[in-house]
Design a protein around this ligand. Structure first.
Ligand code: DC
Length: 214
C-alpha cells in the first residue's frame, strides 16, 4: 500500500506521515529532506545562494550524499529557503523523482510506503492508494516552526519565521514545475485547530475505508 501525504511547511504532514508509517510498519520517506540535502550540499560547497546556477544544483543532486538527509543541519531556515529555490529547478526534480518512485515501488519493509512532500499525490505517485493534503493557517504554522527551531537550540524570532515561511509557501505554490497543490482525489485535513493525535485518528479512519494492510 502506498500513502501520499502533501502539504505546506509545518502543516503537520511529517508528523502524520511518521505516525501512519509506524502504525502499519510501513517505510517512511521525507522527500523534503532530499531537497534540503541538495541545498545543504550547495551551501557546504560555498555557492552564492542568491544566484544559484542550475548546473551546480544538478551536479549537487547527481552526487548527493544521502546521509545528509539524516543530519540536523538540514533543519535550519537557511537550508529550507534554498531547498525551495532548488526545488523549482526542473532537472533537479527529475533526478529526485526516480529515487522517490523506486523507494515506493520497493519499500525496505516489503509492506508499504508513506511519502510526504509537495507533489507526491500529483506527480510522484499519482496512483497512490490514498492521498492526503495537510494544511493549516500560516500564523499557526509559523508559531509551530518557531517553537521547533527554538527547541532545537536555534535563535529565531516569530516574525522572521513567518516571513520566511510565507515566501517559501508562495514560491512552492506558484512555481511552474510540480507546484504545491492538492491532488483532485486527495483528502484535505486542516490541522489549525486539531492536535496530532486527532489528525492521526482521522487519517486512519480514511485509510481503513480504502482497506489497508495486513
Ligand atoms: O517539507 P520541507 O519543508 O522539508 O521541504 C523543503 C522544501 O523542499 C520545500 O520548500 C519545497 C521542497 N519540496 C518539494 O518541492 N517537493 C517535495 N516533494 C518536497 C519538498
Amino acid at each position: 500500500m502506498i500513502i501520499a501525504i502533501d502539504g505546506s511547511a509545518a502543516s503537520g504532514k511529517g508528523t502524520l506521515a511518521k505516525r501512519v508509517a509506524a502504525e502499519f510498519g510501513y517505510d517512511y520517506l521525507d522527500t523534503g529532506a532530499l531537497y534540503r540535502a541538495v541545498a545543504l550540499s550547495l551551501l557546504n560547497a560555498s555557492v552564492n545562494s542568491n544566484n544559484i546556477d542550475e548546473k551546480q544544483a544538478v551536479n549537487a543532486t547527481l552526487t548527493l550524499d544521502l546521509s545528509l538527509t539524516q543530519t540536523a543541519e538540514i533543519r535550519t531556515d537557511k537550508v529550507a529557503a534554498l531547498a525551495s529555490i532548488v526545488a523549482a529547478i526542473s532537472p533537479v526534480r527529475a533526478e529526485l523523482l526516480a529515487l522517490q518512485r523506486s523507494f515506493a515501488a520497493a519499500p525496505p519493509s516489503g509492506k508499504g510506503a508513506v511519502l510526504d512532500g509537495r507533489d507526491i499525490g500529483t506527480i510522484v505517485l499519482p496512483n497512490a492508494d490514498i492521498k492526503f493534503f495537510i494544511d493549516a493557517d500560516l500564523d499557526i504554522r509559523a508559531e509551530r516552526r518557531t517553537k521547533e527551531l527554538l527547541q532545537a537550540g536555534q535563535s529565531v524570532m516569530f516574525r522572521d519565521v513567518l516571513a520566511d515561511m510565507k515566501a517559501r509557501d508562495d514560491q512552492d505554490r506558484t512555481r511552474s514545475v510540480a507546484p504545491l497543490k492538492a491532488a483532485d482525489d486527495a483528502i484535505t485535513i486542516d490541522t489549525s485547530k486539531t492536535d496530532a493525535a486527532a489528525v492521526l485518528a482521522l487519517a486512519l479512519s480514511h485509510i481503513d475505508r480504502v482497506g489497508p494492510s495486513e
